[in-house]
Ligand binder design. Structure first.
Ligand SMILES: Nc1ncnc2c1ncn2[C@@H]1O[C@H](COP(=O)(O)OP(=O)(O)O)[C@@H](O)[C@H]1O
Ligand SMILES: [Mg+2]
Length: 255
């Protein structure tokens, strides 16, 4: 790891730790003096929980990115209707972020694929959280799903400030961020898109930044459908997964 990356990541750890530490100290003092009302407790608890989520997200991203070998990463496969998976995660994102400008266009009825559901959720929550952070809460997102015999394709686009064409490959590397006035005000570690690419690769898929109009971002995500022979042997999607908990962690920096 380069020194500069270490500096970025240490900085990202510092803020949430300071907030949690401050919260614990306030609660401790109030408890000793015996003057604590419920509102204060709830506010401090909420802030500490949010900051724990920020740390949880940061560490799990670092762990995933530090594995060189894709085979070293555990995949929890199940067989799901991809359209339903996307619908569910859009619904949760809208509820969690109170943002409603996600336009979903489905060009196919259903598409059963074998995937690690939680990783797919993280892919899209990362893209959505970037749009909200860099393009603002009122930004519009469009998600199109289409497929042919061999590829399932998702086109994700937003109407924010966009990413310069010359960075369309480099932006997927860890710690790479854009240096300009509009994006610099948002803090971040540059790990999100690296996670998106890694998790797509884990599905033998790919992600590309394909913006060509110079406005907003367009991400093209592809999943191969022809290496899904073991589909019938795979377990069905677990029914008890907690999508809200995943969203709270993935959106922790903007909640
Ligand atoms: N939807 C978007 N619109 C504009 N810029 C974006 C968008 N998504 C990502 N970026 C730019 O790409 C950089 C890398 O994104 P990412 O890897 O998610 O890291 P982070 O969000 O932590 O900075 C961001 O710092 C930002 O400059
Ligand atoms: Mg990000």
């Amino acid at each position: 790891m380069e020194l500069n990356s270490l500096a970025i990541i240490s900085h990202e750890f510092k803020m949430p730790i300071a907030t949690i530490r401050g919260g614990v100290e306030v609660l401790r003092r109030y408890l000793i003096v015996g003057r604590i009302d419920e509102i204060d407790t709830a506010t401090y608890m909420k802030s500490m929980q949010r900051n724990c989520n920020i740390l949880a997200r940061l560490t799990s991203n670092l762990i995933a990115l530090s594995q060189k070998e894709l085979s070293a990463i555990y995949m929890d496969y199940s067989c799901v209707d991809f359209c339903k998976l996307i619908e569910d995660l859009i619904k949760t994102a809208k509820e969690t972020l109170e943002a409603s400008k996600i336009n979903y266009i489905k060009k196919i009825e259903e598409a059963y694929i074998v995937c690690d559901i939680e990783k797919i959720e993280k892919v899209f929550f990362n893209l959505i959280s970037n749009t909200v952070r860099y393009a603002g809460k009122d930004a519009e997102i469009e998600i199109i799903i289409q497929s042919n015999d061999s590829v399932l394709e998702v086109i994700y686009s937003d109407n924010g400030p966009g990413i310069p064409k010359e960075l369309s490959e480099k932006i997927f590397e860890p710690f790479v961020r854009i240096n300009n006035e509009s994006t610099n005000v948002v803090s971040g570690s540059g790990l999100g898109l690296a996670i998106v690419r890694k998790f797509m690769n884990l599905h033998n898929g790919e992600v590309k930044l394909t913006t060509d109009t110079g406005e907003g971002c367009v991400f093209n995500l592809k999943f191969p459908l022809d290496d899904q022979n073991d589909l019938s042997f795979t377990q069905n999607a677990p029914t008890n997964r907690d999508l809200n908990a995943t969203a709270e962690i993935e959106f922790s920096t903007i909640l």
